[in-house]
Write a protein that binds this ligand. Structure first.
Ligand code: AHR
Length: 499
């Protein structure tokens, strides 16, 4: 029996909806074939955007979407992707498979996709190979309402009114694919580029500086020291891999228990990495003016056999569902400082929430976690603690349980609990401190550790009602969580007459 305490009296912080954000790069079949098929496609679409994808993303309330990269961002020249599509420049996507990029999906198309989904755009600018002028003009093109060369060009290209754009990042992974810079050099460049990113009219940019790779604490220190006063946030990237070395990839499916445990331990590193970067940020920014955003995270496994290695197309199992559940719990718990997260990536790439094959599409186990967790968006994180035991193998240990809990505006308490053991169920006894509750609903995403959805069997893993949960006297909960599963339990406050 594991003891669980949820103290609804203590509201810790607001979970910003943007923690549930996505990332879409010009990589493999994420944009082309995934998000966008073109107006003339036989696949149902609206203005070229896949209708099935738009509807699926609306269901999970995708709040924000990052684009166009990734490594692609630092070789992307936005002017190649506007105007008459038949005249747009074709280029080589040198990072991802050396394929031809025809630029048919550009700024207007991205903004249209965000409009259809109802999410905020987050654009990543090109610092690595682009000029200050180019970046400055992109903001002018998107957000300026008055008379100017860029605003006039936008109008000529069919968009009269400026768009609203808040989130803008100055370069991507500039410690690596974005120019192999040293933090001091990047930070000085950040200051220079960011100076020219203007707030036009009532549009207010939220400027994001390229943050560290995983546990590179020196990068955070230097960027905060040199550019901390000029940015609203810095971005962290951390991927979950399971090989002996961080860069060694392992199988996405057909893995054994050892590789399950490796994955759990590696993904839990996010907690340590986020906490340590925040400590450094706090030293340089004691007033917490600069947020941390985690704009790339997720599993990175071998590509599916027979697919282009440069396309990063991988399958997605119950193990990925646990990775999603754990990381989202971590971000919820740090919601006082973590303002956004963007899982990599949206469709057909890495830990995708959706996979497509021609006109077919399937929702991955990861998607179902986003579906179940969407109730946390905008809710108040409350104090919670769960008793655990240690599980795993030598070198890869983890607790068996992981959770977070929040109270939404209508008073509903939502607790999301992950059982990290691939073999043992967990009997939990929860004490809910508060005004008294009744069970509203409960759901589970679970199965055998390697289960996944295929185009032949797209619903093998899905959200199911969860019934192994009883609530007594409005506060004592008895829960039996199966091995390798993620559960959401929702309680609603008792009416005055019931108390
Ligand atoms: O998400 C795939 C790649 O991972 C991104 O392009 C890059 O930023 C990171 O290294």
């Amino acid at each position: 029996m594991f003891h669980y305490v949820i103290n609804t009296h203590h509201k810790v912080s607001t979970i910003r909806p943007e923690i549930y954000g996505g990332f879409s790069e010009h990589l493999g079949r994420c944009i082309y074939g995934g998000v966008y098929v073109g107006e003339d496609s036989a696949i149902p679409n609206a203005n070229g955007m896949r209708t099935d994808i738009v509807e699926a993303l609306k269901k999970i309330k995708l709040p924000v979407l990052r684009w166009p990269g990734g490594c692609f961002a630092d070789e992307y020249h936005w002017k190649d992707g506007i105007g008459d599509k038949t005249l747009r420049k074709r280029m080589v996507n040198t990072h991802w498979g050396g394929v031809v990029e025809d630029n048919s999906f550009g700024t207007h198309e991205f903004m249209e996709f965000c409009r259809q989904v109802g999410c905020q755009p987050y654009i990543n600018g090109n610092l690595g190979s682009g000029t200050v002028e180019e970046m400055q003009e992109w903001i002018e093109y998107i957000t300026f309402d008055g008379e100017s060369p860029m605003a006039n060009l936008r109008r000529k290209n069919g968009q009269d009114a400026p768009w609203k754009l808040k989130y803008f990042c100055v370069g991507n992974e500039n410690w690596g694919c974005g120019g192999n810079m040293r933090p001091e050099f990047y930070a000085d460049n950040y200051r220079r580029y960011a100076t020219y990113l203007r707030n036009f009219g009532d549009n207010r940019l939220y400027k994001i500086a390229c943050g560290p790779n995983s546990a590179d604490y020196r990068w955070t220190e230097e960027v905060m020291k040199i550019a901390g006063k000029q940015c609203n946030a810095i971005s962290l990237h951390y991927y979950t891999t399971c090989g002996d070395e961080w860069k060694t990839k392992t199988q996405a499916t057909g893995f054994n228990e050892e590789y399950w445990y490796r994955c759990m331990a590696r993904t839990l590193k996010m907690e340590e990495i986020v906490s340590k970067h925040l400590q450094i940020m706090d030293y340089y920014d004691p007033e917490h003016k600069v947020d941390l955003i985690v704009d790339e995270w997720g599993t990175w496994f071998d590509v599916e056999p027979g697919t282009n290695p440069g396309f990063l197309y991988q399958q997605n199992t119950i193990r990925d569902a646990l990775v999603a559940g754990i990381n989202l719990n971590i971000f919820n718990k740090h919601s006082d400082r973590v303002a956004m997260s963007n899982i990599a990536q949206l469709v057909n790439v890495l830990q995708a929430v959706i996979l497509t094959e021609g006109e077919k599409m399937l929702l991955t186990p990861t998607y179902h976690i986003y579906d179940m967790y969407s109730v946390h968006q905008g809710a108040k994180l409350v104090d919670s603690w769960i008793e655990t035991k240690e599980i795993g193998i030598d070198g890869f240990r983890s607790p068996n349980l992981h959770e977070s809990a929040s109270v939404s505006d209508d008073g509903t308490l939502n607790a999301t609990i992950c059982n990290l053991s691939p073999t043992e169920s967990a009997h939990i006894c929860a004490d809910v401190l508060g005004d008294g509750y009744r069970l509203k609903e409960a759901f589970i995403v679970g199965g055998a550790m390697g289960d996944y959805n295929t185009f032949e069997k797209p619903d093998k893993v899905q959200v199911q009602p969860f019934t192994d949960c009883k609530l007594e006297q409005g506060r004592l909960m008895d829960i039996q969580i199966p091995a390798s599963s993620v559960v959401r339990i929702s309680l609603e406050p008792l009416g005055i007459a019931e108390k």
